[in-house]
Design a protein around this ligand. Structure first.
Ligand SMILES: *[C@@H]1O[C@H](CO)[C@@H](O)[C@H](O)[C@H]1NC(C)=O
Ligand SMILES: *[C@@H]1O[C@H](CO)[C@@H](O)[C@H](O)[C@H]1NC(C)=O
Ligand SMILES: *[C@@H]1O[C@H](CO)[C@@H](O)[C@H](O)[C@H]1NC(C)=O
Ligand SMILES: *[C@@H]1O[C@H](CO)[C@@H](O)[C@H](O)[C@H]1NC(C)=O
Ligand SMILES: *[C@@H]1O[C@H](CO)[C@@H](O)[C@H](O)[C@H]1NC(C)=O
Ligand SMILES: [Cu+2]
Length: 230
């Protein structure tokens, strides 16, 4: 057996700590709901484009510039959902890969522009101090303009493996990311420390290998301990 007890325990910790969540996009107005959540590394955040009618994006920005794309940030592209839609909404799944705050906005220009109407969100924002979600949203509402992002599956501290979908029938995507990306590699170290540049310099081959190994460990740990723990 090549899995050590330590490695299995780490994998189990990742499994236990997952805080998967769903964020509604544009449901009931120009907003994300909930607009601010906490999520552990390895959690999958599902963006549900349930606002109908709607044509929204989930684009990564920064605390300093809420309505402008972050360099190397993720962007779902525009997802159009026609009026009257009640089921089968497109979704987009982002896996959290870092504990640092993740800020995002809707890039739709409108009118009215969505970001400056307050359509912004945060993952792992501080609850107090300056960099709170409330201060971020206030800054978005005061932004001079909304800057268009570029489609991207992968962002800073979060990544998707495919673009939003389904984009068939009456659901229409515009400037959405295409293709697929391997599942992001989740290292156990990144769940307890703030990220370092070294995380992203891991070679592609090494990172997909460790991702496969990590998945195997999670399954292994779940099989070993799942029944007794849950
Ligand atoms: C959704 O919005 C984008 C950006 O404004 C636009 O290019 C696209 O045509 C819109 N989609 C539909 C179906 O109206
Ligand atoms: C959506 O459809 C409802 C019901 O037909 C209608 O009252 C409403 O004005 C429509 N909204 C838009 C934005 O077209
Ligand atoms: C997220 O966690 C921080 C730190 O524990 C806390 O201050 C904040 O209120 C939490 N935010 C949410 C939305 O639960
Ligand atoms: C918040 O921002 C103000 C103005 O930039 C600064 O003076 C203050 O030190 C900041 N406080 C925190 C907790 O970062
Ligand atoms: C997102 O995840 C959910 C739950 O696993 C799945 O039903 C849905 O198809 C996924 N969305 C995409 C676009 O892959
Ligand atoms: Cu929007």
């Amino acid at each position: 057996m090549r899995f050590s007890t330590t490695a299995s325990t780490l994998a189990l910790a990742v499994l236990v700590a997952a805080q998967d969540a769903t964020i509604q996009v544009g449901k009931g107005g120009l907003l994300f709901t909930p607009s601010s959540i906490n999520a552990t590394v390895g959690s999958v955040i599902t963006f549900d484009f349930s606002g109908a009618p709607g044509n929204h994006t989930v684009a990564q920005s920064s605390f300093a510039s809420p309505c402008a794309p972050l360099a190397s940030g993720f962007d779902s592209g525009y997802v159009f959902v026609p009026n009257g839609t009640t089921t089968g909404f497109p979704t987009w799944n982002l896996t959290i890969t870092d504990t640092k705050p993740i800020w995002f906005y809707c890039a739709q220009q409108g009118p009215p522009a969505h970001c400056t109407s307050g359509m912004v969100g945060a993952i792992n924002a501080a609850g107090s101090g300056n960099n709170t979600f409330e201060n971020f949203q206030s800054a978005a509402k005061a932004a001079a303009s909304v800057v268009a992002p570029s489609p991207a599956l992968s962002g800073v501290g979060a990544a998707a493996t495919t673009g939003p979908g389904p984009l068939t029938g009456s659901f229409v995507g515009a400037a959405v990311p295409t293709g697929t990306a391997p599942a992001p590699s989740i290292s156990s170290g990144s769940s307890t420390t703030t990220s370092s540049a070294s995380t992203s310099t891991t070679s592609k081959a090494a990172s997909s290998a460790s991702s496969v190994a990590a998945n195997g460990l999670v399954v292994f740990a779940a099989v070993l301990f799942g029944v007794t723990l849950f």
